[in-house]
Design a binder for this molecule. Structure first.
Ligand SMILES: Cc1cc2nc3c(=O)[nH]c(=O)nc-3n(C[C@H](O)[C@H](O)[C@H](O)COP(=O)(O)OP(=O)(O)OC[C@H]3O[C@@H](n4cnc5c(N)ncnc54)[C@H](O)[C@@H]3O)c2cc1C
Length: 442
């Protein structure tokens, strides 16, 4: 047994038990920090011998749905963070500890983009296993369906490589089911042939929310798959970390990434840019340039969040959303957003994984910072108001955006749930793996 096992009370245990949401206190039975697949196999053997379950984690972004870890060996993957790019095949290979920020600049320098989401500090493996809704999604689909091979250690401790030809059922199950079938040690996936994008954000006074969201919604109805966009409200806190033009102010914001040349993108985006924003940051840039576009917090923070897929967004839905979280609603969440999904993210594909496509056209997400316990009750009430207002258009959950422990039936069609549960009994009949969103609840 070559791996160090960290027990409660040790410095290593304290240094490795943190979650991205600092309101959570993770208390696993033990912790390991493997350097390679052999260490992972050792950790699995240790967990089995001790009667523990095992769960992998990189950033702890999805720590909340994991729940109680008192019977779990927590495997933190930060030390396995290598990335390499095969430019001829346009394939990236990443270790299970790699973050998007470890890959995207390198890929960008080589003339490629990766199907990443809004934050460079998200773990590539967790994001990819959970689906992966990113800035190129409407054109290129969910990241899980760009995965070409997965290396893992299975429940029996065997190192395996699965792909479309080698155990295609396990390969299918792992792409979109949040890691409930094994500990991934490396992932390979397609990069996108994109050397520059036309991207940016438009900032409007929040009082114009209704008009701006209405114009954005009309825009999405005709938008080509080459444009992925979202509309949001941000109530920037009055803290020094926030740049002066935004500090302490509230905005209605449209963000978009266009895979079009500047002239065509300018023409397509004109109805939005002509609305007269207070700030317009659209510009041609390399793929790495959009890493900060969404202004996600890079460091762990105290927060609460809620997400829901929306099947459509008619005028009454927009009115309900503005009424629930808009400037006159009495709510004050840090950020509420509606992402335009659809396009390739909504289309089935023959070789796709368990998250074949997303239902609905839109994805709603709200989050608030909870700096002290007294801020939790209003935050929950505001997120609840948003949820209640949008229930008539509820299309289910996208589990990467769910901090709750939910039955996977809220996220996948019944046939997929059945197939995933059959795969779970075949590959992990003892429910040894402890994933953020388990295939079998309870
Ligand atoms: C600021 C922020 C921005 C985000 N933006 C987006 C976005 O734009 N689009 C989007 O789709 N999602 C987004 N997410 C959600 C994110 O994709 C999920 O939280 C995802 O689970 C994060 O993966 P992680 O490895 O960083 O998190 P972790 O909490 O470390 O891992 C999450 C889960 O992934 C599984 N897992 C991780 N590593 C392994 C492994 N080696 N083997 C097996 N299973 C593993 C486990 O089930 C684990 O519980 C965002 C989250 C945050 C906090």
């Amino acid at each position: 047994m070559g791996i160090d096992v960290l027990a409660r009370g040790s410095d290593g245990y304290e240094a490795n038990r943190g979650a991205f949401n600092v309101l959570l206190s993770q208390d696993p039975a033990r912790i390991v920090t493997p350097r390679d697949a052999r260490d992972v196999a050792d950790a699995i053997a240790y967990a089995k011998a001790e009667g523990l379950r095992i769960g992998a984690q990189r950033t702890g972004h999805s720590a909340e749905p994991l729940g109680d870890l008192s019977d779990t060996l927590l495997l933190r993957t930060a030390a396995m963070s290598g990335v390499s790019i095969d430019a001829d095949r346009r394939i990236a290979r990443v270790g299970s500890g790699a973050l998007w920020g470890d890959l995207v600049p390198q890929a960008s320098d080589m003339g490629f983009a990766a199907a990443h989401g809004s934050s460079p500090t998200v773990g590539i493996v967790g994001y990819s296993l959970g689906g992966g809704v990113g800035w190129y999604g409407r054109k290129h689909g969910l990241q899980c369906n760009l995965v070409t091979a997965i290396e893992l250690v299975d429940a029996a401790g065997n190192e395996r490589r699965v792909d479309a030809d080698n155990d295609p059922e396990l390969f299918w199950a792992m792409r979109g089911s949040a890691g409930d079938f094994g500990i991934v040690t490396a992932l390979e996936f397609e990069l996108l042939p994109v050397h520059e994008v036309f991207a940016g954000a438009l900032f409007f006074p929040v009082e114009r929310m209704s008009e701006v969201f209405g114009a954005w919604h009309a825009f999405t109805a005709a938008a080509p798959d080459e444009i992925t966009s979202l509309a949001r409200i941000m109530n920037f806190p009055p803290i020094p970390e926030i740049p002066e033009p935004m500090r302490g102010k509230s905005f209605a914001i449209i963000e978009a990434v266009a895979l079009l040349g500047e002239a065509e993108a300018t023409e397509v985006l004109a109805p939005l840019r002509d609305l007269g924003p207070a700030m317009d940051s659209f510009a041609v840039q390399p793929p790495a340039g959009i890493s900060g576009l969404h202004m996600d917090p890079p460091e762990p923070a105290p927060y609460a969040a809620y997400g829901m897929l929306l099947n459509e967004l008619p005028g009454e839905a927009l009115d309900a959303f503005v009424g629930a979280v808009g400037p006159d609603s009495g709510t004050h969440l840090l950020s509420v957003e509606i992402r335009h999904d659809g396009g390739a993210m909504a289309r089935s594909g023959p070789g796709n994984g368990a998250m074949d496509c997303l239902p609905g056209e839109f994805l709603m997400f709200g989050v608030n910072v909870v700096p002290d316990p007294s801020a939790m009750a209003p935050t929950k009430a505001w997120l609840g108001a948003m949820e209640d207002a949008m229930k008539p258009w509820d299309a289910g959950r996208y589990l990467n955006f769910s901090d709750e422990s939910e039955d996977i039936a809220v996220a996948y069609p019944p046939a997929t749930v059945e197939r995933l549960r059959a795969a779970k009994s075949k590959y992990d009949s003892e429910n040894f793996f402890h994933a953020a969103h388990p295939v079998v609840s309870g």
